[in-house]
Design a protein around this ligand. Structure first.
Ligand SMILES: C[S@@+](CC[C@H](N)C(=O)[O-])C[C@H]1O[C@@H](n2cnc3c(N)ncnc32)[C@H](O)[C@@H]1O
Length: 237
């Protein structure tokens, strides 16, 4: 399952070196107003939630994540926002106290890969199919009818190596496997290996993804993905 413990100490420096564009992610979230209760699944170190909380007052914001060391960083980052709550949870066992009207995941538990004109496919940090069903089943309980689920869009993954802002070298390697791929993440400083992490991802083609989400009341909202950072689903039952 997508545990990020090894990467957590280096996560922020890798991500803020251009891996994700947090300002644009929040620009996209703000297009879905109005909403009062927002949930991020797989919030990591809280980089998106911080940008959102700074830019917009939302009544309540909740972030859940499986990896405690990521949440420890998020807690420190978000301590001055009384409307933000964080919770160490696996989506497959999700337990919350209320329903949310906007739920999103960007590179978190689930995301879509859009590769040119090819059909988007769903990528899950959860490799077991039954656990993916459980994840959506649990999530659906905490989303009101009419609420919105946004799953982030990423470009295709490929092997590369690049220097990040502190001079270290980040690299990733993708190995296809049955029903998905295995992604290896590495961080090195002057040839010395600092961090290695491996995550096994499950993939679903677009029809299977729609079927999976549809079983839990999520309806795909057909729209162009051009300049969009999220695929949108509406909770209809
Ligand atoms: C690539 S990080 C994304 C973090 C954040 N959304 C961001 O944009 O920086 C993926 C996060 O998803 C979390 N995650 C993976 N599987 C999960 C699960 N089953 N339940 C909850 N969180 C999960 C990991 O712990 C990790 O912090």
């Amino acid at each position: 399952m997508g545990d990020y413990t090894n990467m957590s100490a280096y996560y922020d420096v890798i991500m803020t070196s251009g891996y994700y564009d947090y300002k644009s992610i929040v620009d996209n979230l703000l297009e879905h107003e109005p909403y009062n209760h927002v949930l991020e699944i797989g919030c990591g170190t809280g980089l998106i939630l911080e940008e959102l909380a700074k830019r917009k007052h939302v009544q309540s914001i909740m972030g859940i994540d499986l990896t405690q060391s990521m949440l420890t960083i998020a807690n420190a980052r978000l301590k001055d926002f009384p409307n933000v709550t964080l919770s160490n949870q696996n989506i497959t066992q999700l337990k919350l106290e209320k329903q949310y009207d906007l739920v999103f995941s960007y590179g978190g538990v689930w995301y879509f890969v859009v590769d040119g004109d090819n059909e988007p496919f769903l990528v899950s940090h959860i490799s077991d199919p039954a656990a993916n069903e459980q994840g959506f089943e649990h999530l659906s309980k905490y989303m009101s009818v009419g609420s919105t689920l946004l799953l982030g869009i990423q470009g295709p993954h490929f092997d590369y190596e690049k220097a990040i802002s502190n001079g270290m070298t980040y690299s990733q390697k993708i190995d296809p496997c049955e029903d998905g791929f295995i992604k290896h993440y590495y961080l090195a400083d002057k040839g010395h290996n600092l961090m290695a992490q491996t995550v096994q991802y499950r993939t679903y083609d677009f029809n299977k993804a729609r079927g999976l989400l549809g079983r839990y009341g999520f309806e795909y909202q057909l729209e162009s993905h051009k300049n969009k950072l999220f695929v949108r689903f509406k909770k209809i039952s």
